[in-house]
Design a protein around this ligand. Structure first.
Ligand code: YH5
Length: 282
């Protein structure tokens, strides 16, 4: 998977990241806790506290999201999404780690970039009108993710003839669109979008064939942490999926994934470190 044309560096806003070893991207959700009524300030504070904890645990990047994209989750207006993300970006600006923003909305991308975001993690792969224009004038990295359908309905009936070929073709098209807009290739990352309009079988095929994404010549990011595929395989609820998540993450890393998006940073770092020591001795 580490074919010679896949760069081992990523231009990422204020940072240039070495991808010689896989990096851990820690998930920071800025969504109100439905069990408390602490309001907006409490939500921001909890997110910033969590981000610092993930940094202490060894996160290489932080992925900040203000909208739940879980299947069936309610849509959040852009103004609300911006209101959630921007204060958290401001508070984390000098934390020493690249800040990624998980959004599909051009307005949110622009606001986030104005507040120091280094990476735009777009589950829509810059397909929204205005998304390419929102990122082209900056030096941010961009994650182009594959998704079939829309978050609200994407798990109803995912259909492919050849899921691996279709995801590779889609991502190749998005890399080309970014290139035509003048976005340097050194800023791009691709992602098969585990769980985004995919059955268990589709997810397994994509992970098994991750090497085929390397033919695109752009580093690969994978997010499997706590997802439904882990629940389907283990029969466990979302808060008991750590062992399954670590196993899937390592399978992705062994097939060449360079950035792993995870909730459990300390445990993911340990798992990667042990695998890497073995790999280095090979
Ligand atoms: C991703 O794969 N995923 S948000 C459902 C869960 C648990 C977790 C049912 N943003 C990705 O993490 N960005 C998300 O339990 C992402 N790649 C990129 N680039 C979904 C999520 C989750 C969903």
């Amino acid at each position: 998977m580490n074919s010679p044309q896949t760069p081992l560096r990523l231009r990422c806003g204020r940072f240039v990241l070495s991808l010689e070893r896989p990096l851990v991207m820690g998930v920071v959700n800025v969504t109100p806790d439905s069990f408390s009524d602490g309001g907006r300030h409490a939500t921001h504070e909890a997110a910033v506290r969590h981000a610092h904890r993930l940094i202490d645990e060894g996160a290489d990047l932080l992925d900040i999201g203000g909208e739940s994209t879980r299947p069936g989750a309610a849509a959040v207006p852009a103004s609300e999404e911006i209101g959630r993300i921007v204060p958290v970006l401001d508070a984390l600006r000098d934390c020493g780690r690249p800040l990624s923003v998980d959004t599909r909305r051009p307005e949110t991308m622009r606001a986030a970039l104005a507040h120091g975001a280094d990476l735009v993690n777009d589950i829509g792969a810059l397909r929204a009108p205005g998304a390419i224009d929102a990122v082209r004038g900056s030096d941010c990295a961009v994650c182009l993710m594959h998704m079939q359908g829309e978050p609200g309905t994407m798990q109803q009936q995912p259909t492919y003839v050849d899921v691996v070929a279709e995801v590779v073709d889609f991502l190749a098209g998005r890399i080309a669109a970014a290139g035509e807009a003048g976005i340097a290739r050194e800023r791009l990352v691709v992602d098969p979008g585990i769980g985004f309009g995919k059955t268990l079988d589709h997810n397994l095929r994509l992970l098994a064939s991750l090497g085929e994404l390397a033919t695109l010549g752009v580093p690969v990011l994978v997010g499997v942490s706590r997802k439904s595929m882990i629940g389907s395989l283990t029969g466990r609820d979302v808060d008991r999926r750590l062992a399954g998540s670590l196993s899937a993450m390592l399978a992705a890393a062994m097939r060449g994934a360079r950035i792993l998006r995870v909730h459990d940073v300390a445990q993911s770092r340990d798992a990667l470190r042990v695998w890497q020591a073995i790999d280095d001795a090979h």
